[in-house]
Design a protein around this ligand. Structure first.
Ligand code: ZN
Length: 69
């Protein structure tokens, strides 16, 4: 089961296959956890806020694997 790894987020994918679930997760992360900030973000990259309140720039693939535990 694919679930969101952002703390305090209870989102869980509801999809018929793992591939579909990861696609749902990517869309969820981009919609819910990516915010515009004032730094330049390279094309194709997203920014994820860590629990420390810092921003990390990474590719969407890295964002999916990002686990700040
Ligand atoms: Zn989430």
């Amino acid at each position: 089961m694919v679930r969101c790894r952002q703390r305090d987020c209870g989102w869980v994918a509801i999809a018929p296959s793992e591939r579909a679930a990861w696609k749902q997760y990517e869309a969820h992360v981009l919609r819910e956890h990516v915010e515009a900030v004032e730094t330049d973000v390279p094309d194709g990259c997203v920014q994820i806020r860590t629990d420390d309140g810092e921003w990390k720039t990474m590719s969407p693939e890295e964002a999916l694997e990002f686990d700040d535990d």
